[in-house]
Every structure is written in C-alpha cells, then in structure tokens.
Design a protein around this ligand. Structure first.
Ligand SMILES: [Zn+2]
Length: 227
C-alpha cells in the first residue's frame, strides 16, 4: 500500500517545472526537479515528460533508495543524482536544468568565477563538474564532489544543478545561476572580467548580516538605498 500521495509536494514539483520552462531554463523534456516529501520520500519529475505542461499527477514519488512509491510514471533518469544530493548535503529540493547560458559556459570553463556578490548565495565561484554520461553513477559522483561547499554546480557539456532547503529556493538559485552566467558571458565578450577576492566577499557577508539583506523591513525615514 502506497503512503499518502503527497499532493502538496507533487503540485510544487509540477509548478516549479512549468515556471522553469516559462523562464526559458528548461526546454522540452530536458531537466528535472525534486523536493522532499515526508521523512523518507522524494517527489520527482518523471522521465520523458514535457516540463512546460507537467501536472501533479505525473510527478513520481520515490523512497530514498529510488523505489517508486507513488505515481504511475518512471522517475527521471537523473534519479541517483537527486538522491545523492539529499543524502550527502541534506538538501530540501534539487533543480537540474540545461539552461542555455549555464550549459554554454559549462562547455568552456572549469569554474564560473565569482563576478558578482549575489553569487555568494550559491557559495561564490561555481565549479564545473567533469563530463560524464547522463544518468550514470559516474555523473552523480562527479556532481556531488563539485557541490562540496556550494549549493550550485555546472556540469561540463551538460547543464547545471542547484539545491536549497526548499523548492522555491532551489528554483531561485537556478535563476540566479543563469543570470550570473549571462553576466559573465557578456562581460567576457568585451574583456577579462574582474572577480571578487576573499576580502571583497567577506565584506559582502558582513554588510548583508548588518543590513538584513534579502528581507523587506519597514521604512524608518532613512534614505539608505538597498544593495
Ligand atoms: Zn541533464
């Protein structure tokens, strides 16, 4: 007997896939999304589905060993990669895309340098995991190693992966990563992009903590501009 159907989590996965498609980060059936459901289960997009039209009923539920416990469709071929991120990094949600800018840079760079302070939300510079065939344990191992100390990685000649405590966060990080790749691409087109050094990055962390960056707050009559 299958456990409860995790309707909320399956709806979240379907909505995240449709949003990523609207934003141009996933095209057709490429890319996959998952989120934790309950203590031991994961709601995950199925293999072969058009993500722009994904419905909650099409989202699979698997246990942490990858066994399907809910839904009728076979989960994504990158199932092992998703489960590995939950096991090793205690993630709440995982997003994998073949987003155009991230994928283009993954064909050239060994690391996306930290060119903007918002990239600190991803852990700073974003490593590029070595190329391995899709859906293999070798690919999962390479990406999991690249994620050490980061919440985002590029995957050589393949795409990108982000994770976060929840699915909204993982989607936001996927969008942020694609934006950062676009910034780097444009900057590199006209010169050698400067990068933020250790001192710059520490100052950003200090400023963000002092000012509560990223959260709204009531105006107090001050005229300070947001960062
Ligand atoms: Zn892929």
């Amino acid at each position: 007997m299958a456990p409860p159907m995790f309707e909320r989590e399956r709806t979240e996965v379907a909505e995240a896939c449709r949003r990523l498609a609207r934003e141009g980060l996933v095209i057709g059936t490429a890319g996959n999304v998952s989120t934790r459901a309950g203590e031991r289960e994961v709601a995950i997009s199925p293999t072969g589905a058009v993500l722009a039209e994904l419905t909650p009923e099409e989202v699979s539920v698997v246990d942490r060993k990858g066994k399907v416990v809910g839904g009728d469709l076979e989960p994504t071929s990158e199932l092992d990669l998703h489960l590995g991120v939950y096991d090793r990094y205690d993630a709440g949600a995982v997003v994998h895309t073949h987003a155009p800018m991230a994928t283009a840079l993954s064909c050239v760079l060994d690391e996306l340098p930290c060119v903007h302070y918002q990239m600190l939300l991803l852990g700073g510079a974003v490593p590029v995991a070595r190329y391995e065939t899709f859906g293999t344990p070798e690919l999962a191992a390479a990406v999991l190693d690249a994620l050490e100390g980061r919440s985002a990685a590029l995957m050589a000649n393949h795409g990108a992966l982000t994770y976060a405590p929840d699915l909204d966060g993982a989607v936001e990080r996927a969008l942020l990563l694609e934006w950062a790749c676009t910034v780097y691409w444009r900057a590199a087109a006209i010169g050698a992009p400067r990068t933020l050094d250790e001192e710059d990055r520490e100052a950003v962390v200090t400023a963000a903590l002092e000012r509560g960056y990223g959260s709204t707050r009531p105006a107090d009559g001050g005229s300070e501009e947001g960062p």
